[in-house]
Every structure is written in C-alpha cells, then in structure tokens.
Ligand binder design. Structure first.
Ligand code: NDP
Ligand code: 2IT
Length: 445
C-alpha cells in the first residue's frame, strides 16, 4: 500500500475502530485520490480527505414499538448526515438486521461522492435501523415506521435532509414514514423521496436505479463498440434494483438468466421474460415470498445459499448487497468471458475482486457511478416537489438518461488511462473534486 494511504488509513481505523465496511469504502477512495491530492496541495492543506471521512453529524436513537402479540420490541435507529456542502443531505434508509454504524457510514460516505457525480445539488447521508421487516405484518411495519419517524422528524426537512428507500424500505415504508411526519409536523413537505404518484412522487423513481444502471452499462459498452442486445446477463438480488435492471435489460434485447435472494439463486437458461418478471414482482413486492418459488413455478434450477457468479455470462449486475462478489467469484466471471460488471448495489465487490476486474481490463462500473440514477431521480422528485409540478414519464426518463451519460463522461474525463478507462478512479476523482472545491469555497466549518 502507498505510504500516505497507509498513514491515512491508520488514523481512520484508530478513530473508527471495528468499522470494517467503513474502512473498506474509505480506503478504496483514498487509494484513488492520494496521487491527485499530492499533486494538488490545496486539498492537502485544507485536510479535505480527513474532513470528508468524518460525518458532519450522527444521530442514533431508540425505536420502541409494539408487535401484534402486544409485546414491546426495541430497535435502534440511525441517520448519518455525512456532507451537506453541495446540498441537503440525501440518501436512503435501510431496514435490515445487519444494519450498524459501520454499514451506514460506508453507505453515507459513498453517497457523498455518488450524489456529487449526479450533477444535481445534493449532499450525502444514509440512515436506517436493525429492524427486520421479514415476517412482520403490515401493521407491525407501520407501527415501527411511525416510531422511527417520531424521532427522525427533528433531523430532516426539504432543505436539510431528505431520506428515501434502500434495502427493506420501499413504497410501503415510505408511505407510513411520510404519514407520520405529516401528522406530527402538520406539514405536507418534500421530506422523503420514493413517494407514491398520488402524493408527491415522481414517475420513473421506482425504476430509476435499475434503468440507470443499464443506461450506464450501455455507455460503457459503447466505448468498445458493443451493445446490450443479445448479451447474456446475470443479475443478483430480486428486490427493487434487480427487478428494474432486469426489466430494462429485457427491453433492450438482452437475456437475463439469474436472480437471487438471501436464501439462494435461480438459474433460468431460457431467460426471464416480461411475464416471468411480472411474477417475480408480485412474488417479492406483494406476497413477500422467496425466489425459490420461481424455480418451482417454472421448473428451473434453484441453488440454495448460492450467488450467481459461477454462471457463464457476458455481463453481470450485482444488485443485492455489499461484498457479494469475492475475489474467486470475480475470477470466475472473468474466466467465463464476462466483459462488463455494472454495480446496481453499493460496494458489492470485495477489494480483491475489484483488482481482478481492473487487471483484466473488463468494463467495471462501480456502484457510486452505475447506481447513481436512483438518487438522481430522487433529486428530480425534489425539484418537482419544490415546483409543485409533476413531469411526465418521458421527461424524467430523458433526464435520467442524460444524467447517466454525464456521469459516464465524468468517469472518462478523470479515469482515462491510455486506451482504457479506470471507472473506479474516474468516479472517485470526479465525485471528490466538486465537493472538495465547494468545501474550499465555504471555509473551515
Ligand atoms: P430491496 O430490499 O428491494 O432488495 C434487496 C435484495 O437483495 C433482496 O433480494 C434481498 O434478499 C437481497 N439481499 C439483501 N441483503 C442481502 C444479504 N445480506 N445477502 C444476500 N442477499 C441480500 O433493496 P434494493 O433493491 O433497493 O437494494 C439493493 C442494493 O442496491 C443495495 O445494495 C442498495 O444499497 C442498492 N441501491 C439501492 C437503490 C434504490 O434506489 N433502492 C439506489 C442505489 C443503490 P432477501 O429478500 O432475502 O432479503
Ligand atoms: O444508495 C442509494 O443511492 C439509494 N438508496 C437511493 C437514495 C435516494 O435518496 O434516492
């Protein structure tokens, strides 16, 4: 490891003991940025790297609620307000039993650079709870969300911090959270994104992360005179991002052959068509069932406790969670002829796996660039709320496509290395410069 990165990381590890995911995210960025910062002493002198790795504010709170049996349950809520230099804190809420400070700080840190890349005026934040929505009734989820918002409301606002969805938080949860905010604040305000269309939501927001990821992959392919049509694709996850990644890939003529959840994966060599995808959406979003049921309905293979990366493909779209592609799985993908990996999830590839992709010079689009379409469209939802207007589907989709092209251009500008584009360096540098310059402008605060 570079000596400056090593010294910097020692400090990060001492200040944030045990927060492995946070260390991982910061180290990747520090490795990209250190040579640039050393060449540009203004950033070094102002200690920008040290400052962006320290949240502006962390809120942690008790979330008590009563289950259907009348038993009192207790969870922990969080909101990490990481950086508001270029706009209000913006980023999702994750409800998953694994949620802790390390995971939310890594997500908030990534979010700052991602949001900067979108071209829109949004700062970075992330929040959530160790609440597990699986197996809970709608009423239990509602009571949990109401209790969560009964504290969160003090810390958010249309010009302060605007949360949205992430793992375990979709339209249902955003509805309950918004309702509680409206009741206790007596305000109808754009304090969350991912709202339903009939109360302030934006068209295309549910689709945006998946669609955006495919648009980004398309831009990457163009640099090698390739196209999506006819490509065999593996997708992991079967939630919001996986579903709309699959939908767009089908629309563009690709064949999606896998999906997964935390219990296992399905392999459908004939491809998941629109009808099968509609079944997945009903299964996951309404029945809240397991992906295994797909294999029973369509008579395809199900592998318990497996991820899809051993299946031969042209393109891979990790869309479930962090660290879901190991070094060995990355090697398997490359050896099987995969030419493009576009990350719908945040930090899905382990550092050693990223190195495999970079060494093989395949098209590797890191999450903070490839999945930025979701938060970008959230920012478009904020614009529509501010104007009290609603744009049509085509208008939002056009803006999303333009934004993904722009993010790709920024990655090319900052990541070009000879004939190759290093999208990791490109995204980290492009995201950093905008925030860093704004921090210089605004002084030591
Ligand atoms: P959902 O909750 O809708 O879906 C998550 C999917 O990933 C489910 O299939 C879930 O399986 C699976 N999954 C979750 N945790 C794990 C785990 N620990 N191991 C294996 N599988 C797991 O979430 P999203 O689709 O919204 O989010 C997926 C990823 O995309 C996350 O990394 C998120 O941060 C990222 N992202 C989301 C955006 C958005 O707009 N929603 C925007 C940008 C990035 P199961 O049902 O079994 O839990
Ligand atoms: O990781 C992400 O970018 C999200 N979960 C979306 C955040 C948002 O504010 O729309």
């Amino acid at each position: 490891m570079d000596k400056d990165v090593e010294a910097f990381m020692e400090e990060i590890i001492t200040r944030n003991p045990g927060e492995n995911e946070f260390h991982q995210a910061v180290q990747e960025v520090a490795e990209s940025l250190m040579p640039f910062i050393n060449k540009n002493p203004k950033y070094k002198k102002a200690k920008i790297l040290e400052r962006i790795a320290e949240p502006e504010r962390v809120v942690m709170f008790r979330v008590p609620w009563t289950d259907d049996a009348g038993e009192i349950q207790m969870n922990r809520g969080y909101r990490i307000q990481m950086n508001s230099t270029i706009g209000p804190y913006k980023g999702g809420l994750r409800f998953h039993p694994s949620v802790n400070l390390s995971i939310l700080k890594f997500l908030a840190f990534e979010q700052v650079l991602k949001n900067s890349l979108t071209t829109l005026p949004i700062g970075g934040g992330k929040g959530g709870s160790d609440f597990n929505p699986k197996g809970k009734s709608d009423n239990e989820v509602m009571r949990f969300c109401q209790s969560f918002m009964s504290e969160l409301f003090r810390h958010i606002g249309p010009d302060t911090d605007v949360p949205a969805g992430d793992i375990g938080v979709g339209g249902r949860e955003i509805g309950y959270l918004f309702g509680q905010y409206r009741k206790i604040c007596n305000k109808f305000a754009g304090i969350l994104t991912g709202k339903a269309l009939n109360w302030g939501g934006s068209l295309i927001r549910p689709e945006a992360t998946g669609y955006g990821c495919v648009y980004f992959a398309e831009e990457m392919l163009k640099t090698r005179k390739e196209a999506i049509k006819g490509k065999i694709c593996t997708v992991s996850g079967s939630g919001n991002v996986a579903q709309y990644t699959t939908e767009k890939l089908i629309q563009l003529g690709a064949k999606v052959i896998t999906l997964s959840d935390s219990s296992g994966m399905i392999f459908d060599p004939d491809g998941i068509d629109e009808k099968k995808l509609a079944y997945v959406m009903e299964l996951k979003n309404i029945k809240r069932g397991r992906i295994k049921e797909y294999s029973e309905k369509y008579g395809v293979n199900y592998e318990a406790d497996k991820r899809p990366w051993h299946i031969e493909c042209d393109m891979a779209f990790p869309s479930a969670t962090q660290n879901e592609i190991s070094k060995d799985e990355a090697k398997m993908l490359v050896n099987n002829g995969c030419i493009c990996v576009a990350e719908g999830a945040n930090m899905p590839t382990e550092p050693a796996g990223i190195q495999v992709f970079l060494d093989a010079k395949i098209l590797y689009g890191p999450g903070k660039a490839a999945n930025a379409g979701g938060v970008a469209t959230s920012a478009l939802e904020m614009s529509q709320n501010s104007m009290r207007l609603q744009w049509c589907r085509e208008e939002v989709d056009e803006k999303l496509q333009w934004i993904m092209k722009n993010i790709h251009n920024s990655c090319v500008k900052y990541g070009k290395e000879g004939n190759n584009i290093n999208y990791v360096n490109g995204a980290n540098l492009a995201g950093f410069v905008k925030v860093a310059d704004a921090m210089l402008d605004q002084g030591v605060i």
